[in-house]
Design a protein around this ligand. Structure first.
Ligand SMILES: CC(C)(COP(=O)(O)OP(=O)(O)OC[C@H]1O[C@@H](n2cnc3c(N)ncnc32)[C@H](O)[C@@H]1OP(=O)(O)O)[C@@H](O)C(=O)NCCC(=O)NCCS
Length: 202
């Protein structure tokens, strides 16, 4: 596909609103990402016991994607220009086992994310970043109008954060190899555009 994400996408610059932007992941970012993966608040949800040893097998997966061997696209999320977390997006149909488990019956993209810096969690940044990521990066890249997201049914902060973006409950899904069921949630690009904006960060 011809689309290439800008190194820095445009974002709001109002003094009362932080600026969120996204930069395609590079090899030089992986040491920072590895540190984030080891933060307890990230590891709790990212270490699912599948890609072992954690976090090095996860990092190797990101390297494979950088080499173009996995159709998953990773971005560093920046808050006022400073790296804050990592987002990934992909077309569900490009991952046949996952697509079979979700049985969506429509074309959709998927996203996953974490805020790596512990002191930035729980301040309302996640919903605002995810909204900006979908609007500016993931939906335009794939030219697909539906996005699903599947936090663990136990990850209540993530489920709440995604509701604030406009995601709505579809069903709980058992994905082979995952420790917990996923709470499958869905939003369209039109719903994203019309949903109330999540509140400003604390
Ligand atoms: C999930 C995540 C992206 C959400 O972003 P965020 O900026 O923390 O989201 P918010 O600040 O809007 O908080 C969402 C909800 O979490 C809960 N929450 C906030 N702070 C919390 C805390 N200290 N402890 C527990 N729950 C908390 C609240 O219910 C909040 O909803 P509310 O504002 O309506 O009360 C972020 O928390 C994160 O990266 N977590 C670690 C990795 C992860 O879980 N990734 C998702 C995998 S699917």
């Amino acid at each position: 596909m011809a689309f290439r994400s800008p190194r820095r996408s445009r974002a709001s610059t109002s003094p009362s609103t932080p600026s969120y932007s996204f930069a395609p992941l590079r090899e030089g970012d992986l040491a920072l990402v590895r540190r984030w993966l080891l933060e307890p608040h990230v590891r709790r949800w990212w270490d699912d016991g599948v890609q072992l040893p954690y976090p090095d097998a996860v990092i190797e997966g990101y390297r494979a994607a950088l080499r173009g061997e996995d159709p998953t696209y990773h971005h560093i999320a920046l808050l006022d220009g400073v790296p804050a977390g990592m987002f990934q997006h992909y077309r569900i149909g490009d991952h046949p086992d996952y697509a079979r488990a979700l049985a969506l019956g429509e074309e959709a993209i998927g996203v996953d994310l974490f805020i790596g810096e512990a002191d930035l969690v729980g301040q309302g940044h996640g919903p605002l970043m995810l909204r900006a990521f979908l609007r500016d990066v993931a939906f335009p890249f794939h030219a697909v109008d539906v996005c699903v997201i599947g936090p663990s049914v136990r990850n209540e902060p993530a489920i709440r954060a995604y509701e604030k973006v406009g995601f709505r409950f579809m069903r709980d899904v058992l994905v082979p190899g995952e420790p917990d069921a996923e709470r499958l949630m869905r939003v369209t690009s039109a719903e994203l555009a019309t949903a109330d904006s999540p509140t400003r960060p604390l």
